[in-house]
Design a protein around this ligand. Sequence first.
Ligand SMILES: [Zn+2]
Length: 101
Amino acid sequence: MQRFPIPKTVRLSGRRVRLVVEKSAVLNRDTMGLHSPWNGTITLDSALAPDQQKATAVHEILHDLDTLVGTGLSEKDVTALASVLFAAIRDNPALMKWLMG
Ligand SMILES: [Zn+2]
C-alpha cells in the first residue's frame, strides 16, 4: 500500500501532464515508463513496485522537460540524472518542505 496515491496529473513548466498507470503493450522489461509530450501523458507500468514507479516517474518527467527545453539529453544522461535527483528528493524531506513553503 502506498502512503500517498499517485497524482493524476503533474504540472511541468505550466503544462498539465497526466500520469497514467497501466499495463500497456508498449511497456516491457526494458521500458518501465513512457512520456508523450505531444499529448501530455506520462505512462507508468502498473507491474512496477511503488518505489520503481516513483523513480520511473522522475525519469519520465526529466524526459518531458528535456523535450520541452530542447537540451537533447541522452537516455544515459536522463537515467543518471533521474537517479540522483530522485535520491536527493527522498533524502531531503526538510529541503522539500522548505522549497514548498
Ligand atoms: Zn528514458
